[in-house]
Design a protein around this ligand. Structure first.
Ligand code: GAP
Length: 436
């Protein structure tokens, strides 16, 4: 589709999914805010991941560790020492800075000037804890959430009486001072990760690596991402992160090319052995360091892929009965578990008080159970299309017959089929259809 990225950016702003951070001040540093619908979508993605990783699997527990950690963590993890850095070059003329591996030529892409020799640039965001800005108070915003899991290994093991193999899952913010944030929310400096660390015997690491690789791919497929837009990419040895023995990426076909959305890593005993060496804690289990298989996905990147994949345009529109037939209709075919609005309640007309009253009653009745919107503005066809554009799964229309029969029509987003459902049955009808 032409200009797909522009269309997603425009829809995101127009319908309240994603806004530029600090927009009234001209934006800030490639940071983004999630609007009312973006927040709902994000929440649903995190819930889908949580249900999949924690509820579906035995022996995975959750954690919510702090963003700020002792700087010793980042010494031990290798983020300060072993190379959590990118190669940066600077234009000698305009002084813009670029990631070396993102450049096609040896000249500045902005002004054509000559570039400096590459130098290492650490990606961690430095901050100060407490009122004195000295080296002693310096630490970093976490660049990955998993370190909180490793340093709590014994706490979790002992408090939950777990046995290897088991997993710990965590969702939370991470920060990286990316040299070149780009492609809307694809690469940003503040983002959210959903990570799971699976601790196992060294001899089982390959078996579990393959297991989790498959499981994670299935998660995207089961949530409706097209198979043709997903693939695995083995990470070659010299591109492996400093902690990884082996890694495979799940890539999505973005409008700007195939790009990583999730990494599955075999981290071996890198983390537990290094934290043991640097702290006073023995992080061995029954005399050995468990090996770690990690699955790590960015919420924002997954959200971006779900938005792009579900975006569709129907030339001429789907409704052949009204004048909408001449328009292009936009639809988000989001999986119903992800859709930010599940149900729209629409009075057929807004100048009949009894219809409006009934519709408002139904809206109030459904609100405790589902994400529901009430909409009375514009023709009914226009309101259906407004709902389709944000992926609203069902539209309930209160009409003149509703009084006689105590029911209303329920329109399905995907099939556009309408059926009449009794008001008393609607909550259970929707719960069953939406699987909640
Ligand atoms: N704990 C391992 C780890 O952090 P990673 O491959 O560096 O591995 C995992 O990151 C995932 O986090 C990526 O696949 C991506 O979805 C997300 N991610 C990483 N950097 C990001 C950034 N700058 N902006 C948005 N998402 C990012």
């Amino acid at each position: 589709m032409d200009n797909l990225l522009d269309k997603i950016v425009s829809l995101s702003k127009r319908r309240g999914f994603i806004f530029l951070s600090s927009e009234i001040y001209g934006g800030f540093s490639s940071c983004y805010d999630f609007g009312p619908l973006g927040t709902e979508l994000k929440k649903n993605i995190k819930k889908a991941w949580y249900m999949e990783m924690i509820r579906k699997h035995d022996d995975i527990v959750s954690l919510d560790s702090s963003i700020l950690m002792s700087p010793k963590v980042w010494q031990a993890s290798g983020h300060l020492t072993a190379g959590f850095s990118d190669e940066l070059v600077e234009c000698k003329k305009c002084h813009h800075r670029f990631r070396k591996d993102f450049l096609d030529k040896d000249k500045c892409p902005d002004c054509g000037g000559n570039l400096t020799k590459p130098k290492k640039f650490n990606l961690m965001m430095k901050t100060f804890v407490g009122p004195v800005e000295s080296e002693a108070s310096e630490t970093y915003l976490r660049p990955e959430t998993c370190q909180g899991i490793y340093v709590n290994f014994n706490n979790i093991l002992n408090s939950m009486r777990l046995k290897i193999p088991f997993g710990v899952a965590q969702i939370g913010k991470a920060f990286r001072n990316e040299i070149t944030p780009k492609d809307f929310i694809y690469r940003t400096r503040e983002f959210e990760q959903m990570e799971m660390q699976w601790f196992c015997q060294p001899k089982d690491a390959t078996k579990f690596f393959n297991y989790w690789k498959k499981e994670r791919m299935n998660w995207y497929l089961n949530l409706g991402i097209k198979k043709s837009n997903l693939r695995f990419k083995e990470v070659v040895k010299d591109e492996l992160a400093h902690y990884a023995k082996k890694a495979v990426d799940i890539e999505y076909k973005f409008p700007f090319g195939w790009q990583e959305i999730e990494g599955i890593h075999n981290r071996g005993d890198w983390d537990l052995s290094n934290h043991s060496k640097h702290s006073n804690e023995d992080l061995k289990y029954q005399g050995y360091y468990p090996h770690i298989i990690e699955t790590s996905v960015g919420v924002d990147r997954a959200l971006f892929a779900f938005l792009i994949d579900s975006y569709s345009e129907i030339k001429g529109g789907r409704t052949k009965t009204t004048k909408s037939a001449k328009e292009v209709e936009t639809m988000l075919k989001l999986d119903k578990s992800l859709a930010p609005v599940k149900v729209a309640v629409l009075p057929l007309v807004k100048n009949k008080p009894e219809i409006v009253k009934k519709a408002k009653e139904v809206y109030q009745m459904l609100k405790p159970h589902f994400a529901v919107q009430y909409d009375e503005v514009g023709s009914i066809g226009r309101r259906y299309r407004r709902g389709d554009e944000i992926g609203t799964v069902f539209a309930l229309t209160v009409d003149f017959d509703s009084f006689k029969k105590n029911d209303f029509t329920v329109r399905d987003r995907d099939t556009m089929k309408q059926e009449r459902v009794k008001i008393k049955d609607i909550t259970s009808f929707l719960k069953e259809k939406l699987n909640v």
